[in-house]
Design a protein around this ligand. Structure first.
Ligand code: NDP
Length: 306
């Protein structure tokens, strides 16, 4: 039987460890402070931001939600971030992506003080990651490293294949695995014979945004499979093709008209992997926990808490 890597359990452990850290920060006179900037009314982004604000409230982290209108210009957004950079009680600044098309996302990310960059997306922190220097790390791959560590999945010397090369998941994931001495291969949409490359992985990380693309032949029997994909499908034929052997999931589809599916075929993953993260309940819960950790790290730095 494959081991299920339970992201909620690891999230709860990370959050529990955060409680005394928040208290130590509070002892210096104020809570950690996180500003969350949400531009426009994208429903998906609104849910993400609501969850982040709630996680802050649960831990006693001060959060401030700023909701500029969709029509905000790059200059105005940069000025808003500049203001947050100058406020000492704000330790971390998060700009929810994606931004509206006309806004220059790169300029916005560059405007965030690297020391307040709780997403780890600022080029200076990307450089710190490349150089393996301490700095805020991208939350999703950092959460995956926590998961591997807490489940004592060996990384050193293992073949790790990361499918996806985005700045927020694939690239930082590959670098973190490399710094833990895995032998890392990065795949993308131009990779030839993806199945054969993946089949060589001891640790396979799928981060493409392609529902159930990774099938049985991609998975070496006994491999650890980390499914980062979060794809909502609402097509019945697709749902039946993927979840035909999982009646309890199909029942959810009947009830709600949609289903969340990862990038890995869930049946093949459960049958072939030695250990795997389910969708939902695997990687998803870790991201916000690591965001909280980054915000507390920043507050500790700013207040000199050791
Ligand atoms: P992006 O769209 O930014 O990147 C997707 C990557 O996958 C690209 O590098 C692309 O290659 C590659 N790719 C796409 N199709 C294929 C294919 N057929 N074969 C091989 N490679 C392919 O996505 P993100 O990295 O932002 O997100 C990936 C997934 O992870 C999404 O489902 C997203 O929802 C999920 N996610 C989940 C999070 C969580 O907390 N669980 C957090 C962040 C993301 P190329 O570069 O050549 O185009």
């Amino acid at each position: 039987m494959a081991q299920i890597l339970d992201g909620k359990r690891v999230r709860d452990a990370i959050l529990a460890e955060s409680v005394p850290r928040v208290k130590r920060v509070m002892d210096r006179g104020r809570p950690p402070g996180l500003a969350v900037v949400l531009v426009g009314n994208d429903p998906g982004s609104e849910i993400y931001v609501r969850n982040k604000v709630k996680a802050c409230a649960d831990l006693g982290i001060y959060s401030e939600k700023l909701t500029p209108a969709e029509a905000i210009t790059t200059d105005e957004l940069v000025a808003l971030i500049d203001g947050l950079n100058r406020r000492p009680e704000i330790d971390g600044i998060l700009v929810q992506m994606p931004l509206p098309k006309p806004v220059d996302s790169r300029r916005v990310l560059l405007a965030i003080d690297p020391d307040k960059d709780v997403d780890g997306f600022h080029p200076m922190n990307v450089g710190n990651l490349v150089a393996n220097r301490p700095a805020p790390r991208a939350c999703t791959p950092a959460g995956i490293m926590e998961l591997l560590e807490r489940y004592q999945i060996p990384v050193t010397g293992r073949n790790a294949v990361v499918v996806g090369r985005s700045d927020i998941v694939g690239k930082p994931m590959a670098l973190m695995l490399l710094h833990h001495s895995a032998t890392v291969t990065i795949c993308h949409s131009k990779t030839r014979d993806l199945a054969a490359v993946c089949a060589g992985a001891d640790i396979l990380v799928a981060a493409m945004g392609r529902p159930a693309l990774v099938k049985a032949e991609y998975i070496r029997p006994g491999a650890t499979v980390i499914d980062v994909g979060m794809n909502r499908i609402s097509d019945r034929a697709q749902a039946e093709a993927i979840f035909g052997r999982l009646p309890e999931r199909l029942a959810v589809f009947e009830r709600t008209g949609s289903l969340l599916v990862g990038d890995v075929d869930p049946v093949a993953m459960a049958e072939r992997a030695g250990a795997y993260t389910p969708v939902p309940g695997g990687v998803g819960p870790l991201t916000i926990a690591m965001l909280m950790k980054n915000a507390i790290d920043a507050a500790e730095r700013h207040l000199g808490v050791r």
